[in-house]
Design a protein around this ligand. Structure first.
Ligand SMILES: [Fe+2]
Length: 150
């Protein structure tokens, strides 16, 4: 599956509300919607200028929704889904955030991984998804002509 519009991505992220995942977490199940928002918020705090890194954190759990119960393939699946919309760098960050050995990852992936680990606080208010629409459109517009004219 490939996402072509920010709206499709927003729908998927909304659908994460109430979905619980453990696959990329390795701990207690968390609400995937909260997990997405908390990961993105942590990255916005640590790397305020890097919108692509923040967006990678936001979208990284959607693979759990695309193919529930497939923990091994979820990172690749998510990367393939977001690549046409958000570009190669975001897809690469998502793909590597769990699967790669520590000695082969970049500092960006390490920061994403740390945010992913920390973003598991039940009930912590990390804003609302709508706050991210403009950022998603900005990143998307850099990578797709579709995004630029929408
Ligand atoms: Fe995660």
């Amino acid at each position: 599956m490939e996402l072509r519009r920010v709206e499709e991505l927003m729908d998927l992220l909304h659908a994460c509300r109430g979905a619980r995942g453990t696959a990329c977490l390795g701990g207690a199940p968390v609400d995937l919607h909260d997990h997405a928002l908390q990961t993105a918020a942590l990255l916005r705090r640590s790397r305020p200028a890097d919108k692509e890194l923040q967006v990678a954190g936001l979208v990284h759990p959607i693979g759990h929704l695309l193919r529930p119960g497939d923990p091994t393939g979820h990172a690749d699946l998510t990367a393939d889904a977001v690549r046409p919309l958000l570009g190669e760098r975001v897809a690469g960050l998502v793909r590597l955030h769990r699967e790669s050995p520590d000695n082969r990852i970049s500092e960006d992936v390490l920061i994403l991984r740390q945010a992913d680990e920390s973003a598991r606080t039940a009930g912590l208010d990390a804003g609302v998804l709508e706050d991210w629409r403009t950022v998603l459109e900005l990143v998307s517009a850099r990578h797709t002509r579709l995004g630029a004219v929408d």
